[in-house]
Design a protein around this ligand. Structure first.
Ligand SMILES: [Zn+2]
Length: 194
């Protein structure tokens, strides 16, 4: 048995008649003996996260086995200084956990925020996304989850070119803060701004 390591998985973006964009997964497997890209699949089964396929080369007739795993293409996050970094779900989670420190928010809810954002970001089908866009997505969700966490997040991650609207937001929230803790956080922020 030969385990081929020359499995190429390509993603091709296609637009159908209804203008719906989708991604096609195309797998190219070359025969390890004669290198042609045509083989017949004679057996296919799932082994853990992989799919094990028995293949037979259509030219030389030799058989080989591939273990295939779907790998989504890396999504790049564009930072304010134009540097690119691979989207990192764990990093996003720990940033949000920090904003939620000592707040009565179940950990599962925070994980759910990250999962929602991950799928939203993947559904955009774009290779790159601005870090500020992700920041806004987090803000939107924290707003309905916990106001203190929301304010903390906004103060750290919102684009500071947008200082005026941030001041406005703090003012608005101060007008109807629901607890002393909220009031304290907001007045501290107001002080830092002015
Ligand atoms: Zn062959």
């Amino acid at each position: 048995m030969y385990i081929a390591n020359a499995v190429f998985i390509l993603y091709i973006e296609v637009t159908d008649l209804f203008h719906t964009k989708s991604r096609l997964r195309v797998i190219i497997v070359r025969c390890p003996y004669c290198n042609i890209p045509d083989s017949k699949v004679t057996d296919s089964r799932t082994v853990g996260e992989n799919v094990r396929r028995r293949r037979e080369c259509v030219r030389c007739g030799l058989r080989f086995t591939t273990y295939e795993r779907v790998q989504t293409t890396a999504l790049l996050v564009v930072k304010r200084d134009e540097r690119r970094q691979e989207f990192n779900k764990d990093k996003l989670l720990s940033q949000i956990v920090l904003a939620c420190t000592k707040r009565p928010i179940p950990y599962r809810d925070i994980e759910k925020v990250v999962e929602d954002i991950e799928s939203q970001v993947q559904n955009l089908g774009k290779p790159e996304i601005k870090s500020s866009t992700i920041g806004e997505m987090v803000m939107e969700r924290l707003r309905s989850l916990d106001r203190i966490a929301y304010i903390r997040w906004a103060s750290v991650y919102r684009d500071f070119q947008d200082m005026e609207s941030f001041e406005e937001m703090v003012k608005d929230l101060r007008g109807d803060s629901e607890s002393n803790e909220e009031e304290a956080t907001l007045s501290l922020l107001a002080k830092n701004i002015s």
